[in-house]
Design a protein around this ligand. Structure first.
Ligand SMILES: C[S@@+](CC[C@H](N)C(=O)[O-])C[C@H]1O[C@@H](n2cnc3c(N)ncnc32)[C@H](O)[C@@H]1O
Length: 244
């Protein structure tokens, strides 16, 4: 079986040969970083349309985690274009974080379109190093379609626990690998090496739920879902929240 998978991986890689060549020359990453915000801007409209009911349900109880006086300090990591703003509760104070500064322009558009949230700031940083955020200062951390691309899920989760106040919650919606006995997993394995190279280090086969389960949260609500994204090899998702 591994020979078949390996051969098919090579076939897919050949289709993306220009990307491999640019990557070997060190030219793909800077291009991908510039292009990704535009691609994501398009993808977000499609994704939010398909995932509207899931996101609405996921974020529906966020205000339960508001701090004293009902104020909700929310930190979104890997915020991208601000795709989740429309789902955040009215009056929430939102700080956004992303290692790619080129998202700022797209984020400003989302801020302008979502006057019900109070935008605080955009911090250029990765989830692995949130040293600019005070420990135990955040009520809710949000993370959607990010863990697939981070260098270390374990380190990001450690940082998430550090910045959350006790009783605060980590909300997530992530694509993960499918059941290992399924055809979906078979295809995910075939696409994985090329997918990762083309889409800025995005892993199609990550068992992110295992890291979340191990991250020593006091309460965890997690479900596996099939996102209604036809033909998308990343449609096996997890969603839920974990309380510090
Ligand atoms: C697929 S996009 C998702 C964006 C947004 N969360 C959404 O749901 O539309 C992945 C995002 O993760 C960001 N990212 C990549 N590596 C990261 C890291 N180590 N820490 C935090 N964000 C990261 C990327 O810059 C990008 O904005």
């Amino acid at each position: 079986m591994s020979f078949v998978i390996g051969s098919l991986q090579v076939c897919i890689a050949l289709l993306a040969l220009p990307v491999y060549i640019l990557d070997i020359l060190g030219a793909w990453e800077p291009v991908a970083k510039k292009v990704l915000p535009y691609v994501l801007d398009r993808f977000t409209t499609y994704y939010n349309n398909k995932m509207h009911s899931y996101k609405k349900a996921l974020f529906s109880n966020m205000l339960d985690f508001a701090g004293p006086g009902g104020r909700l300090n929310l930190l979104e990591i890997g915020c991208g274009t601000g795709a989740n703003f429309q789902f955040f509760p009215r009056g929430s104070h939102v700080t956004c974080m992303d290692p790619n500064p080129d998202f700022k322009r797209f984020l400003s558009k989302s801020v302008a379109e979502n006057k019900h949230v109070r935008f605080e700031s955009f911090v250029v940083a990765s989830g692995e190093d949130m040293s600019g955020v005070t420990s135990s200062s955040i009520d809710v951390v949000v993370c959607t379609l990010v863990m697939c691309s981070v260098h270390s899920v374990e380190v990001v989760l450690k940082e998430v626990r550090r910045v959350l106040r006790p009783g605060g919650a980590f909300f997530f919606l992530e694509h993960v690998n499918a059941d290992k006995s399924s055809w979906t997993y078979f295809f995910q394995q075939i696409y994985h090496p090329t997918w990762k190279r083309v889409f800025g280090g995005c892993h199609l086969i990550r068992e992110t739920w295992k890291d979340i389960e191990k991250a020593r949260f006091s309460e965890l609500k997690l479900q596996h879902i099939w996102a209604p994204l036809k033909w998308n090899p990343g449609r096996t998702h997890i969603m839920g929240y974990a309380v510090k």
